[in-house]
Design a protein around this ligand. Sequence first.
Ligand code: SF4
Length: 346
Amino acid sequence: MAASVGTVVHNSVEDLCNLDLQTMSEGESDWLPGMAKDVLDGHWRAEKQKFNNTPRHPRWKPEQIKKAQDGLIGALNILLAKARMPQSSLSEVEVGTWRKVQGIVLGNEDTLVSECGKLMGRLDLLIKDQKAGEAEAWIVADLKTGKPPERELNEKVNRQLRLYRDLIIQKNTDHPPIHAEGWYSANQTVHRAKGPSILQEAYDAWERMRPSREPLPATPSEMACSFCEWKAWCPSWWVAMKDGDLAPGGMFRDEVVKLVRFDRESGAALFERAPPVGVDGDVAGSEHRFGAILKGHALEKMRELEPVDSNTVLYLGSARLDGKIMHLGDWSEILLWEPLLNSLMD
Ligand code: SF4
């Protein structure tokens, strides 16, 4: 959902930067809020459709449109400030003012590709920055709709922004001074990424990620595994759980189980935990059984998978523990437990 909100804001900013204002008069005001709303609503509908067509998705949260609206307003305000326009409400922004904003945009939503074709980045905005009496500079801006940093950009975002900066430098050898910035729409703050070129490190990382028949060695940890999307195909976290290297989890838990009973109508289910045997994804039976109530997306998924025989092993993702009962709903996943030990490539 967070990614969808981000996409809606990004696409809306792109459209507003590319607006054709030819038929509008310079001094016209009170047009931007309505235009921004129409653009954002269109992207919201498109994103909702994509979201619901994605096989693994939680519940669409309509109330999050407020976050998208606030994000868009924040991003537009940063753009106006960068164009050195006086601070005013969006309804007071005249067509002429927005034309000046469009005039500083050198590129938006472009794909950046390194000369060798190995590295790619998706540029949100490249703008001209010119203070009165100073030489022109360029700013590579990445719109961020997530939580703003308290002080400095975290290492990953810093690295991401420097990659965009360095890809632009590689393509534009006679560029003016160039800076990379994260624009945080939530509190309308701008954070600059500093540091030397990151390209060599990126090439090295690319080399290390070449597809191979054997997967990379797994390195289970609380931080890595907590939100990992690959658990249903990775036996290592389940082994690490059994060995006590990972905590069992708090209110939300992941399990590998066999189905004992399931009532298609009520969604009541009885599962048996299937502890790992060896490190290759094999499991055994156990005496540990627990009841679960399935609703929404989880119930639909279980109905789809049925009938399952006693040998079928299932992965339950994000089951909410309430007393001794698990609850699975729109926020949960039920997948076949199918560890992937080798690449499928020949
Ligand atoms: S679940 Fe597996 S693939 Fe995912 S982070 Fe943990 S060890 Fe790595």
